[in-house]
Design a protein around this ligand. Structure first.
Ligand code: BG6
Length: 316
């Protein structure tokens, strides 16, 4: 006989709703009782989806993104480490591919960290969940290990809360010699129409324009608009001043950073979007903008036994 009030889950009625977490086929998914969710692919520890409580997707992911680890994932939040862009000549990173190896290595899921999920609301339910991912020298393919021979450990933390999404990276030097690295959180933000998008709070800042032979400029516009391929590295920012992405004067995203004093602003526009085999649809460039918090101007030097940390927090 059917009971009218049959319990639907393991039921201790006094326990308030908790976040749910699953790991299946190298994909970690977490949701808050209030409806927010995040999906992280262990290939690259790439966040591939972040939804707010209303179910709205906040990250752009290419329809042709390759999710099996055979190439970096086009969209979401790829983690760039230990080099940004094409590696320079005569540097320890020279043999590595563009943007390093973190985004195409298989990370480990280290589990949910309880320390940060103690942020409780009045109902007593957890209103944040922090997922930790690890990548160390021992996780690298022999090819990557031979190309960058340092002993390192990375811990990448993805914190989902009602207020937004935080992603932060700890870099540990576990070896006996110092190494240099760069870091970038290559966030692809989902937007409605690139034509009405502006990026604010970069006025007066120095940037390297990668579409103008890496020439240096000072930003004179009160906000950045997009009318062609845009690929700029803004330097020496105050990480506490949020970078704000707005659409028709309405603020969509606000990004604060810690330890990440540079920011890349990127949109491939028409031709470059078409030329990337894993960028789909072609018109997708209208639906995304990358505002990438990083430490990419020069190098971070890490002595043996030391660690470094940097991260971003994105509010909607
Ligand atoms: C940006 C770079 O961070 O990433 C661009 O500034 C680059 O120059 C873009 O084109 C995408 O890189 P990739 O390797 O993912 O195609």
């Amino acid at each position: 006989m059917d009971r009218a009030k049959k319990p639907t889950a393991i039921g201790i009625t006094s326990t308030p709703p908790q976040p749910t977490i699953s790991l299946q086929n190298n994909i970690v998914q977490a949701s808050l009782p209030t409806g927010e969710s995040v999906t992280v692919n262990l290939y690259g520890a790439t966040v591939t989806s972040w939804k707010t409580a209303d179910g709205a997707e906040k990250l752009w992911l290419s329809d042709a993104a390759v999710l099996d680890g055979s190439k970096p994932i086009r969209g979401g939040i790829p983690v760039v480490f230990p080099v940004f862009g094409p590696p320079p000549q005569n540097h320890a990173t020279t043999p590595l591919p563009q943007h390093g190896f973190a985004r195409n290595s298989l990370w480990e899921f280290l589990g949910k960290s309880s320390s940060e999920s103690s942020d409780r609301d009045n109902s007593g339910s957890d209103d944040a969940v922090k997922l930790d991912f690890g990548l160390a020298t021992s996780n690298l393919t022999p090819e990557f290990r031979s190309k960058w021979g340092y002993e390192f450990g990375l811990v990448y933390s993805v914190t989902l809360s009602r207020e937004g999404l935080g992603t932060s990276l700890q870099v540990q030097n576990q070896g006996k010699e110092s190494f240099e690295f760069q870091v970038l959180l290559h966030t692809y933000f989902a937007i409605e129409d690139i034509n009405s998008i502006r990026v604010k709070n970069l006025n007066g800042k120095t940037y390297i324009d990668k579409v103008q032979n890496a020439s240096e400029h000072t930003e004179s516009a009160p906000s950045i608009a997009f009318t062609s391929e845009t690929d700029r590295v803004y330097k020496d920012l105050d990480p506490a001043v949020p970078l704000v992405i707005s659409d028709n004067e309405k603020d969509l995203y606000s990004i604060t950073r810690e330890g990440l004093n540079d920011a890349v602003v990127w949109n491939p526009w028409i031709e470059k979007a078409k030329s990337m085999g894993d960028f789909s649809p072609d018109e997708g460039y209208k639906k995304m903008v990358c505002v990438e918090a990083g430490a990419v101007n020069g190098w971070q030097a890490l002595e043996a036994g030391e660690s470094w940390e940097g991260g971003q927090f994105i509010r909607v």
